[in-house]
Design a protein around this ligand. Structure first.
Ligand code: ADP
Ligand code: MG
Length: 263
């Protein structure tokens, strides 16, 4: 099957009205022995280019299941998922992996960095599959580290970085192939409150530059920084609204106490 996804990011070739994500009547079942867990129950939603969406909801409401499908890490049991207009719900594992690598950046709660590998090398890893030479790969990784404000930490190992810095390296790694969307599942879950807002500050700056972001969080304090909030309950969307006031994380940080977390 040929995969004709449009390119992402700054090229600007897409029709402005076309959603980046379009999900139709999505269901997901997990089979656990005799029991069947119905994790997503007929979910439909669209996300347009440049949106910054917070997904909220109690534990077990299906947020991670949804994100894993959006991120092409998993497939729906039924329903359709269009990514940049291409139906990816029927692709096989290999095809999904190709799409994931080229079009999706994923950030998790745990930073998932390789311990014996420098920040720069961690960021460079996803470029191995891109059609770049060694020099271009290093350059792409350096640029991604600049975007998250860590150009001066490129030779550090994860153990030499604070939690917030490690998460920023993980964000740089997610950005290095210029994805169409950044998906972040509880990216601030392991961080203290100031560091969490610092990570959100970076996400807001990236969103200012046009990056589409879907962020899962169970903290209203974090969700308020997104432009739109979606509330999950029992595998369905219960509320979907634009945030009237989105504070700038950079402004909030000015009034938050400094914590010296440099290792
Ligand atoms: P959330 O991220 O909102 O906490 P999840 O998407 O992780 O929710 O889980 C939704 C439901 O699906 C829960 O009932 C959970 O126990 C179940 N579930 C999630 N992943 C699996 C899995 N791999 N196998 C079986 N059940 C799962
Ligand atoms: Mg989860």
């Amino acid at each position: 099957m040929s995969i004709a996804l449009q390119t992402s990011g700054e090229t600007g070739h897409e029709l402005p009205s076309q959603p980046v994500i379009s999900v139709l009547d999505l269901h997901k079942y997990y089979e656990l022995g005799e029991t069947r867990v119905h994790a997503l129950r007929g979910l439909s939603v669209e996300v347009t280019r440049g949106e910054f969406v917070a997904v909220m909801g109690a534990s077990g409401s299906g947020k991670s299941t949804f994100m894993n499908i959006l991120g092409c890490l998993d497939r729906p049991s039924s329903g359709r998922y269009y990514l940049n207009g291409t139906d990816v719900s029927s692709l096989d594992k290999r095809e999904l992996a190709a799409i994931r690598n080229r079009h999706i950046g994923f950030v998790f709660q745990g930073f998932n960095l390789l311990a014996r590998t420098t920040a720069l090398e961690n960021v460079e890893l996803p470029t191995l599959y891109a059609n770049l030479n060694k020099h271009q790969r290093a350059q792409a990784a350096e640029e991604a580290l600049v975007m998250v404000g860590l150009a001066d930490r490129s030779k550090h190992f994860p153990s030499q970085l604070s939690g917030g810095q490690q998460q920023r390296v993980a964000i740089a790694r997610a950005l290095v192939n210029h994805p169409a969307i950044l998906l972040a599942d509880e990216p601030t879950g392991n961080l203290d409150s100031r560091t969490a807002v610092e990570v959100i500050e970076i996400l807001q700056k990236l969103n200012d530059r046009g990056l589409t972001i879907v962020l899962v969080t169970h903290e209203p304090d974090i969700a308020q920084f997104a432009k739109r909030s979606i509330l999950f309950r029992d595998g369905k969307i219960r509320r979907d609204e634009l945030n009237q006031e989105c504070p700038r994380a950079a402004d909030i940080l000015q009034n938050m106490p400094q914590i010296d977390d440099e290792p």
